[in-house]
Design a protein around this ligand. Structure first.
Ligand SMILES: Nc1ncnc2c1ncn2[C@@H]1O[C@H](COP(=O)(O)OP(=O)(O)O)[C@@H](O)[C@H]1O
Ligand SMILES: [Mg+2]
Length: 251
């Protein structure tokens, strides 16, 4: 296998007296799905918030392409091609899909020196990215995003991330938590589509079914530590569950 695209080394994160992460290493490769699993409070969200620049580590280093990087904000991580889609999706539900796609980043055009929103181009770009990158056509481009299904809303959020042509790492925190079986299947398919474009996908999930369906490797967190990494094809839910709860405690 090639060198990891992302290497996190010795990451510790303390919030006052609480140690959320303790000397954690993480590797993520281009074109793979790395699942992160662990009980509530195991440090999953904190770990990916450190990776995406939301938090700064108390100790430890992050390497992108083997070069040390340091993000003092989420915007800095995004500029380096690392983005995240959270469970809440952070979509503006009352706006249409194109407005969501370009939220805070609107395309404009000038007519007689006056700047207007270029709604037509934002819409055609949204349709293009959804189709070309994700193979998705939305039910409606006019309706507020809240009227779309969970899977289609997910597609809009992912499209917004992959619109950056230089996207290299996409983090998804519990993307299927609020979805039914059919929408979950569609979302897993989207994850495979993104992975096939050479992007490193990091998937946080409570569903070991999802994890075993879509991931290549599984990183297990317990009480702020990485307790192991397994190849999905060489492991099973039983083994991973044992690591999540702690083998000695389960025995
Ligand atoms: N902003 C914060 N301030 C204080 N403690 C935090 C904060 N964020 C997370 N923690 C603590 O760090 C630990 C790990 O939390 P988290 O990363 O959210 O775990 P997970 O996502 O695996 O459920 C927990 O004990 C949690 O209470
Ligand atoms: Mg969490």
């Amino acid at each position: 296998m090639a060198e990891p695209l992302i290497k996190m080394r010795g990451i510790t994160k303390r919030f006052g007296g609480v140690t959320a992460l303790s000397n954690v290493d993480l590797d993520a490769y281009a074109g793979e799905v790395l699942a992160i699993v662990g009980d509530n409070g195991a440090g999953k969200s904190t770990l990916i918030k450190v990776l995406t620049g939301v938090y700064q580590p108390t100790e430890g280093d992050i390497f992108l392409d083997d070069k040390p990087v340091r993000f003092s904000s989420h915007a800095e991580a995004t500029a380096m091609g690392i983005d995240a889609v959270y469970q809440t999706l952070a979509l503006a539900d009352h706006l249409d899909p194109a407005a969501n796609m370009f939220l805070g980043n609107e395309l404009t055009r000038k007519v007689a020196g006056i700047t207007f929103l270029d709604n037509k181009r934002m819409r055609s770009e949204t349709e293009r990215v959804l189709m070309e990158r994700l193979g998705v056509r939305l039910k409606s481009m006019d309706a507020p995003t809240e009227s779309l299904s969970g899977g289609q809303r997910q597609a809009v959020a992912i499209a917004r991330a992959v619109y950056h042509e230089d996207l290299r790492v996409l983090v998804m925190d519990e993307p299927t938590a609020a979805l039914g079986p059919q929408e979950t299947a569609r979302t897993l398919k989207l994850i495979e589509t993104v992975k096939a474009q050479g992007i490193a996908v990091i998937l946080i999930s409570h569903s070991l079914d999802d994890v075993f369906q879509v991931s290549d490797r599984v990183h297990v967190q317990r009480r702020g530590r990485r307790v192991g990494v397994v190849k999905t094809s060489e492991s099973n839910t039983q083994e991973v569950l044992g690591m999540i709860v702690g083998a000695e405690e389960a025995a």
